[in-house]
Design a protein around this ligand. Structure first.
Ligand code: ADE
Length: 281
């Protein structure tokens, strides 16, 4: 997979060379993603937006039409940057690149989005700053490629860079071979579709020692009874999801196969009654 990132802060990603390749010490160079990049499974390139500014000050923003606070990033500078990135990086025979614009006004970025991006050949991220990018940039890009405006949560960051790191990490860990153990995905919180934990948050986990500061590992996990362990893990996942994300329980309750009888009993015992049809809570 090829990933291009356009930003006014290339240093944020730890750029190593003039070609925009990332350093081994930067956020994209360490851990599983760094290893995937080292193997050539992901090819990161980071570009400085200011390279496409035409004035001596390398201006990338201007005051908004219609007034209001802050500055807006210029469509002409962004347009040239995108033209260059798309022309320089054709992935032979591949579908057109997908442009991803992180913005608090975008659609929520979810595990499902991450899984679909993991199937793309080429992602181009446009990191906005200030009040965002002139809207004609996205309108123009849509005439030649798929474009997503995505938000990583209901809060406002100072720019898209941190969101790109979040998105790239969520996507790259799903690439074949990156996690090593394919099973690790299916039990993730929000983990995929169809698995035993589908639609629930992940429950608690433990490792040695069995006793730590007088806290014991739950006996069932030491029982060797795999059915009992699986049921306990689902019970715990249900309780945690009910407390932390009641919206996910409501969603599960509304799907035909979402919650079984025992699930409803566990939720009722935990103080989160779910009626047979839907959710009372
Ligand atoms: N840029 C600023 N805030 C953001 C957010 N919540 N998600 C994605 N990009 C952003």
């Amino acid at each position: 997979m090829r990933i291009d990132i356009v930003t006014i802060f290339p240093g944020y990603f730890g750029v190593a060379d003039a070609g925009g390749r990332v350093a081994e010490s930067g956020p994209l160079g360490v851990s599983l993603i760094g290893k995937a990049a080292g193997r050539g499974d992901v090819d990161f390139r980071v570009h400085d937006l200011r390279s496409w500014a035409s004035d001596v000050h390398h201006t990338v923003d201007d005051t908004p039409f219609g007034g209001g606070p802050g500055m807006v990033m210029k469509a002409d500078v962004w347009g040239k940057a995108l033209d260059h990135v798309l022309a320089a990086a054709p992935v032979p025979g591949a579908a057109p690149a997908r442009l991803v614009v992180p913005t608090p006004s975008g659609r929520p970025f979810t595990q499902e989005t991450a899984a679909s991006y993991a199937g793309e050949g080429h992602l181009v991220f446009a990191c906005g700053r200030y009040e965002g990018i002139d809207s004609r940039l996205v309108a123009d890009a849509r005439t030649r490629m798929p474009v997503d405006e995505v938000s990583i949560g209901d809060y406002v960051l100072a720019g898209g860079e941190a969101a790109v790191v979040v998105i790239v990490e969520a996507v790259c860990r799903l690439l074949p071979g990156v996690l090593g153990n394919e099973q690790s995905h299916s039990d993730d919180s929000f983990g995929g579709t169809g698995g035993a934990m589908s639609g629930l948050l992940e429950g608690p986990v433990y490792t040695r020692p069995r006793t730590w500061r007088e806290h014991e590992v739950p006996d069932v996990l030491l029982s060797g009874n795999h059915r009992a362990i699986a049921r306990w893990q689902r019970d715990e996942a249900l309780r945690r999801t009910a407390v932390n994300r009641p919206d996910l329980i409501r969603r599960l309750a509304a799907t035909p196969e979402g919650l079984g009888k025992r699930d409803r009993q566990v939720l009722a015992d935990a103080g989160f009654p779910v009626d047979a049809e839907n959710v009372a809570h």
